[in-house]
Write a protein that binds this ligand. Structure first.
Ligand SMILES: Cc1cc2nc3c(=O)[nH]c(=O)nc-3n(C[C@H](O)[C@H](O)[C@H](O)COP(=O)(O)OP(=O)(O)OC[C@H]3O[C@@H](n4cnc5c(N)ncnc54)[C@H](O)[C@@H]3O)c2cc1C
Length: 1020
C-alpha cells in the first residue's frame, strides 16, 4: 500500500470489542500518533464491548446486565497490561469509585468443582493459593521446562492443604498414605530438577526415557496406593485426580519434547483432543473424566466437544501455574463499566472518533480482489442536531453504559423507546434512519480494521469467502466454529447464606447442564441502586453453551424474531434448571415440593412470576456467538496481517493469536498483533510464541499478479490433509556423496541456504492416502503416492561456515496415480510428481508387494513407442533379516557425524541436528523442501519461474499403527532409469535389467497428516 507521507493514515475500525479497542489503544499510545493515524470506530447500537458488553437497567435500579458472566484470569498479562495503562491515564480523582486497576479487579481463589457420584452431585472445593505478584506488569512467561518444578510444587501445596493431614480424627494409615505420596512427589521434583536443567541436550535420550518410565511407574504406584484410600475418603478425589492429570501433563511435555523448546509451537498438538492427549500420556480414564478436566472444557464452552490438545494444555498451564496474585479476578462493577467505559473515555480523550448506531453491512472488494474497496454501514438512528452521541451516564459516581440507548439524545428517540425494538438485535424491525453510509478506499479510508465477532463474518465478508483467489479466508470461516451461549442473572432477596449455600462465595464449574457454571456476584449489589424497600441480598450469574435449536440467521433479513425466541428458550432452560438442579446449590430456597421458590427472587412486578424480572441474555446478533477451539481448527485461523487483502487487517478472539481460545486475553493479544501489523512497530505482546512461527524466512511481499481461477481448476491449495494413510517405508543404504551432489544440483540455488544429506541413506516409501483433501476444494480423494526421500540438514551459510537450522526431507522422485494430484502437486508446492500405476497391498496383513509402473521411452532407438514399464517392484522377504533394530536405529544409521564434519558441520551443529532429528521422530513434524520450476516457453533451457520452497508436514496425533516389519523389503529397480546412480543406491546383485536393492529395515504405519502452506525461501 502506498501512503502519503504528509497525511495520516485513515483507519476505519469496524466494531468496538476488546480486540479492536486494544488495537486502537496501542496505536494511539504514542504522543505523536495523530501525525500517523486518523481513527474512527464504527459501532452497531449504543455501546462498545460486544461479547463483554454490559449495561445498567435504568428502569430496574441500575442493575448490571451482562452479555454473560466474565471473569479475568490472573495470567491475563496482556489484558491487565492494557487496562493498567488505561486506568493510569484515566487518572480518576482520589475518592472516585474504581480509581485504580486494583479497585476495579478483586482476587478470587475459590473454585468449587462438581462431580457426580452414585447419581449425587458433590462439591469439590479447591482453594488456589495466592502469590505476591501483581497482574499486568509485564513479567516473562516461564518455558515448559521451568513450569514442571512449579507443577510439582503446586501438588505439594495441594497435599499440605488437605484437611485429612490436619484432622486428628483421620486414621493413621490414611495420613501415612498421604505423607508417602507427598514424599514421592518431592522425590520426583528433585529428580526432574536435574533433568530439566539441560532438557535440550539430545544426548539425554536414554535418560529421558528413564524419567518417563519413572513417572509412569510413579502414577501406577499412586493409583494402587490411593484406590483403597479414595474408597474411604471421597473428599480426596480432587487432589488425587490433580496428581494423576499433572503427572500425565508432565510426561506429555517431556515425551512430546515441549520442555526442549523455549517458544513452543502449541499448534502442533491441536490435531488431538486434550483428553486423548492426556490418556496417551498415561492419565487414567477416571482422572480424565474428572471435574477438574471437565472444567477446562466447560470454561471454554466446549463441554461436549473435543478441544485442541495444544491450545488446552497451553491454557491450563498458563491458568494454573502462571497466575499473578490469584487464579481469578472478579470485576467490581459490570464489565462495560470496568473495561469498556475507561477504554472509551481514554481513547476519546486521545482524539479517536466514535460513531455509534453504525451497523456494518458489507465489505466490498475491488474489481481485482486485491483490497477492500467499500465499507457499507446502515445508519440505524440519527443523533439530534447532528451532535456526537454521549453514551455513558453516571451511577453512584461511575460512568456506565445504559442497557438501552439514551433516547433523549436521538432523533425519534421516543418512538424507538416505545417500539420496544433493540438496535443490537440483528433482526430488529426498526428501519434505518438514513441512506447507508458508503465509505470508499482512497476517498474515505486507507485501511480497514475488522473487529467484529466471527459469527458476523459470513454476513459482512461474503465476497472474501467466495473469493477463489483466497481460499484460506473461506477455510477459516468453515473450520473455526462458534456456539450460542445462554446466560442469566438472578437477584435473590436474601444473602447467599440464606439460600443454604454453606461455603464462601464460589465460582462453580462444571455443574449440571443446561447451566453448568455459576458464580456468586453479590459483591456487585452496592454498585447498583436498589432502594431499601427492594431487598436485594445476593446475585447469581449462570451460564453455559447452548445448542442451536434452529439454524442461526446469517443474513439480517432472516433474523426477524430470532432473539425473542432464544430469550424465551433461555428463560425456559433457567426455569427447568431451577426446578431440577437448584436444590444442590440453594437448599434453603426450595419450595416444599422441590424446585426453587421463585418468591425468593427480587421482583417489583406485583402478581407476575418473579422469574420474569430476572435478566436473560441470548446472542443478540451473530457476532455475539462464542468462538470455540475445536480440535483441528486452530491451524485455519488467520493472522491479523494475513487477510489476503492489502488494506484489511483482522482482529478478534477468532484470529490466529497466541491464546487461540475465546477469552479476553486472546482478544487482547489479537488486538496487539493487529497494532503490530498496522504500524510495523513491536508493541509488547507477552507470551508471543507465534512470533517464532511467523515467516521470518518469507521475503517481503511483492506485488504479484492474481492467480486466474478457472471454473474447473485442478489445482488446489494447502493445507492438504491426509486422513487414514497407510505407508510402507524402507531405509536404503546410499552413497552420501551422490546424494549431496543431487541435492546441490536440484536445490543449490540459494547462496545463503543449503541442503546436505544427513548421511548414507535414502528412504523408499509407498503410501495409500485414503482421504486426501485440500483447503479450497470440497470432499476428499483417494490417492497413492510412492517415491524416494532424502533426509537432509537445512544449513545456513554464515561467515563461511555451515550452521544447521533444522532437518527436512527432499523428494527427488515420486509418482502418483491420480492426474489431479499430479497437477496440483507440481503447480503449487513443486512436488516433482510423475504419473504411474502403483501396486499396493489391499490389506495390511498378507504378502507385501509394491509396484511402480510408469511411462518409459523405448530402451533403444528413437522411434519406438513409450510404454508403461515396471520401474520398481518391491517384496517383503521374510527370510532377509533387518539390519537395524528400530526406526530410530535406522535413521540414526543414516546420520553420520563424520560425513557431516567432512562437509564443515562442527560438533555443536551435529548435536543440534541429532536433536532435531530425534524431535522429528518423536513428534512426526518435519519440513519438506521442493524445487519448484517451470520451463520457459521461448528459451527451453531456461526456467521462467524457479524457487526453493519449504512446507511443514505435521503428523496429526499419534500414528494408529507403527511397526517394524519382520524381514526387509527387497527392491528391484530398472537399471536404465538412472535412479540408482542419481540416488547412489547400494545394489546387491540383480540381473542386467534390474538391480536388487535390499532395505536395511522396513516399517509400516497408519497415520493422519497435514501439509501446510509453504514458505518460498528463495526465488529467482
Ligand atoms: C457468555 C460469554 C462468557 C464469556 N466469559 C468469559 C470470561 O469469563 N473470561 C474471558 O476471558 N472471556 C470470556 N468470554 C469471551 C470474551 O467475551 C471474548 O473472547 C471477547 O470479548 C471477544 O472480543 P472481540 O473483540 O474479539 O469480539 P466481540 O466482543 O464480539 O466484539 C465485536 C465488536 O463488533 C461489534 N459488531 C458486531 N457486528 C457489527 C456490525 N455489523 N457493525 C458494527 N459493529 C459490529 C460488536 O458490537 C462488538 O463491539 C465470554 C464470552 C461469552 C459469549
Amino acid at each position: 500500500m502506498v501512503l502519503s507521507l504528509s497525511k495520516p493514515e485513515r483507519i476505519v475500525v469496524v466494531g468496538g470489542g476488546m480486540a479492536a479497542l486494544t488495537t486502537v489503544f496501542e496505536l494511539t499510545s504514542r504522543p505523536d500518533w495523530r501525525e500517523r493515524y486518523d481513527i474512527t470506530v464504527y459501532q452497531m447500537g449504543h455501546r462498545l464491548g460486544g461479547k463483554g458488553a454490559s449495561g445498567r437497567n435504568q428502569k430496574r435500579f441500575d442493575r448490571i446486565e451482562e452479555h454473560g458472566l466474565h471473569l479475568f484470569y490472573g495470567f491475563y498479562d496482556n489484558a491487565f497490561s492494557v487496562l493498567r495503562r488505561c486506568y493510569e491515564e484515566l487518572d480518576r480523582p482520589e475518592g472516585a469509585p474504581l480509581r485504580t486497576l486494583e479497585d476495579a479487579f478483586h482476587p478470587h481463589s475459590l473454585v468449587v468443582f462438581e462431580e457426580q457420584r452414585g447419581g449425587q452431585w458433590q462439591h469439590q472445593p479447591l482453594l488456589f493459593p495466592r502469590n505476591d505478584e501483581r497482574p499486568g506488569l509485564g513479567a516473562a512467561t516461564p518455558t515448559p521446562a521451568e513450569l514442571i518444578p512449579k507443577m510439582l510444587t503446586f501438588l505439594l501445596d495441594l497435599f499440605d492443604e488437605q484437611p485429612l493431614l490436619k484432622n486428628p480424627a483421620a486414621t493413621r494409615s490414611d495420613r501415612a498414605a498421604l505423607r508417602l505420596l507427598r514424599r514421592g512427589v518431592a522425590g520426583l521434583l528433585g529428580e526432574l530438577g536435574e533433568f530439566l536443567q539441560r532438557p535440550g541436550d539430545g544426548l539425554l535420550v536414554v535418560r529421558r526415557e528413564a524419567v518417563l518410565g519413572r513417572l509412569l511407574a510413579f502414577s501406577r504406584w499412586t493409583w494402587r496406593l490411593c484406590a483403597p484410600l479414595l474408597g474411604r475418603r471421597p473428599d480426596l478425589r480432587v487432589a488425587w485426580t490433580a496428581i494423576d492429570v499433572t503427572l500425565a501433563m508432565i510426561r506429555g511435555m517431556i515425551a512430546d519434547r515441549l520442555v526442549e523448546e523455549t517458544a513452543v509451537d502449541w499448534l502442533r498438538l491441536d490435531h488431538e483432543d486434550f483428553r486423548a492427549w492426556l490418556r496417551r500420556h498415561g492419565a487414567s480414564d477416571e482422572a480424565v473424566a474428572a471435574s477438574t478436566v471437565a472444567g477446562v472444557y466447560a470454561g471454554a464452552y466446549m463441554a461436549d466437544q473435543e478441544i485442541g490438545a495444544g491450545t488446552a494444555l497451553h491454557w491450563t498451564l498458563r491458568m494454573l501455574y502462571t497466575y499473578r496474585g490469584a487464579l481469578f479476578y472478579k470485576m467490581q462493577a459490570g464489565m462495560g463499566d470496568v473495561v469498556f467505559a475507561p477504554l472509551y473515555l481514554v481513547l476519546r480523550a486521545r482524539g479517536v472518533k466514535f460513531r455509534f448506531f453504525h451497523r456494518a453491512d458489507a465489505l466490498h472488494l475491488s474489481a481485482d480482489r486485491s483490497r477492500v474497496d467499500e465499507v457499507v454501514f446502515g445508519r440505524q438512528i440519527a443523533v439530534t442536531r447532528g451532535r456526537e452521541y454521549e453514551p455513558l451516564y453516571d451511577v453512584k459516581g461511575l460512568p456506565c453504559w445504559p442497557s438501552e440507548p439514551l433516547y433523549d439524545q436521538l432523533e425519534n428517540g421516543d418512538a424507538l423507546a416505545h417500539s420496544g425494538e433493540n438496535l443490537e438485535d440483528w433482526g430488529t424491525q426498526w428501519p434505518d434512519a438514513q441512506e447507508p453510509l458508503v465509505l470508499q478506499a482512497g476517498r474515505d479510508f486507507d485501511r480497514v480494521l475488522l473487529g467484529i465477532g466471527l459469527g458476523a463474518v459470513p454476513a459482512l465478508c461474503a465476497e472474501m469467502i467466495a473469493d477463489p483467489n483466497n481460499p484460506r479466508f473461506a477455510a477459516m470461516v468453515r473450520a473455526v466454529k462458534t456456539t450460542h451461549t445462554a446466560s442469566a442473572q438472578l437477584w435473590f432477596r436474601g444473602d447467599l447464606a440464606s439460600t443454604g449455600w454453606q461455603l464462601p462465595p464460589p465460582v462453580m464449574i462444571p455443574y449440571a447442564m443446561p447451566l453448568d457454571t455459576w458464580a456468586d456476584m453479590s459483591h456487585l449489589l452496592p454498585r447498583e441502586s436498589f432502594p431499601g424497600h427492594v431487598p436485594a441480598g445476593s446475585c447469581a450469574y449462570l451460564t453455559a453453551a447452548m445448542d442451536d435449536n434452529e439454524e442461526p440467521p446469517v443474513r439480517r433479513e432472516d433474523a426477524d424474531g430470532y432473539c425473542a425466541r432464544q430469550t424465551t428458550r433461555i428463560r425456559t432452560l433457567v426455569e427447568q434448571h431451577l426446578r431440577t438442579r437448584s436444590a444442590h446449590l440453594w437448599p434453603a430456597a426450595q419450595k416444599p415440593g422441590g424446585g426453587l421458590d421463585h418468591r425468593r427472587l427480587v421482583s417489583t412486578d406485583a402478581g407476575a412470576d418473579p422469574l420474569d424480572w430476572q435478566h436473560f441474555s441470548p446472542c443478540l446478533n451473530p457476532s455475539d456467538r462464542y468462538v470455540r477451539s475445536i480440535r483441528g481448527s486452530t491451524f485455519h485461523r488467520l493472522d491479523a496481517g494475513a487477510s489476503g487483502y492489502d488494506n484489511l487487517v483482522l482482529c478478534g478472539d477468532w484470529t490466529m493469536n497466541p491464546m487461540n481460545l475465546g477469552c479476553v486475553e486472546g482478544a487482547t493479544m489479537s488486538g496487539i498483533r493487529a497494532a503490530q501489523v498496522i504500524s510495523g512497530e513491536a508493541f509488547a505482546l507477552h507470551d508471543d510464541w507465534l512470533a517464532a512461527r511467523r515467516p521470518a524466512l518469507r521475503p517481503p511481499a511483492r506485488e504479484r499478479p492474481r492467480y486466474i481461477q478457472r471454473a474447473l481448476n485442478e489445482s488446489t491449495s494447502p493445507p492438504y490433509e491426509a486422513r487414514a494413510t497407510a505407508m510402507y517405508a524402507a531405509v536404503l543404504a546410499a552413497d552420501p556423496e551422490r546424494l549431496a551432489d543431487l541435492c546441490e544440483r536440484h536445490l543449490g540455488l540459494n547462496p545463503e541456504r543449503c541442503y546436505l544429506p544427513l548421511g548414507p541413506s535414502a528412504v523408499f516409501y509407498a503410501q495409500h492416502n485414503h482421504a486426501l483433501s485440500a483447503v479450497d476444494a470440497p470432499g476428499v480423494v483417494p490417492e497413492r503416492d510412492f517415491g524416494f526421500l532424502v533426509p537432509v540438514a537445512v544449513c545456513e551459510r554464515r561467515a563461511g561456515k555451515l550452521t544447521p537450522v533444522g532437518v527436512a526431507v527432499y523428494m527427488p522422485y515420486l509418482w502418483v496415480d491420480l492426474g489431479a494430484a499430479l497437477l496440483g502437486g507440481r503447480e503449487v508446492l513443486g512436488f516433482p510428481k510423475g504419473q504411474a500405476t502403483l501396486g499396493f497391498p489391499t490389506a495390511p496383513t498378507g504378502a507385501v508387494e509394491l509396484r511402480v509402473d510408469t511411462w518409459m521411452p523405448p530402451a533403444t532407438g528413437r522411434s519406438g513407442a513409450w510404454r508403461e514399464e515396471r520401474l520398481i517392484d518391491a517384496r517383503l522377504d521374510g527370510s532377509a533379516r533387518s539390519r537395524v533394530r528400530s526406526l530410530a536405529d535406522a535413521l540414526r544409521s543414516g546420520f553420520d557425524p563424520a560425513w557431516l564434519a567432512s562437509r564443515g558441520v562442527d560438533l555443536a551443529g551435529q548435536l543440534r541436528l541429532l536433536r532435531a532429528l530425534t524431535l522429528t521422530l518423536r513428534t512426526g513434524g518435519l519440513r519438506m523442501v521442493f524445487l519448484k520450476q517451470y520451463r520457459d516457453a521461448a528459451a527451453c533451457d531456461r526456467a521462467c519461474y524457479q524457487a526453493i520452497v519449504e512446507a511443514p508436514c505435521t503428523r496429526a496425533g499419534a500414528p494408529r499403527v507403527a511397526a517394524q516389519l519382520p524381514g526387509a523389503l527387497q527392491l528391484r529397480i530398472l537399471r536404465r532409469s538412472g535412479l540408482l546412480g542419481e540416488l547412489g543406491l547400494r545394489a546387491e546383485g540383480g540381473d542386467s535389467e534390474r538391480a536388487r536393492v535390499p532395505a536395511l529395515a522396513t516399517f509400516y504405519t497408519e497415520l493422519d497428516f497435514t501439509i501446510g502452506a509453504a514458505d518460498v525461501v528463495w526465488a529467482a
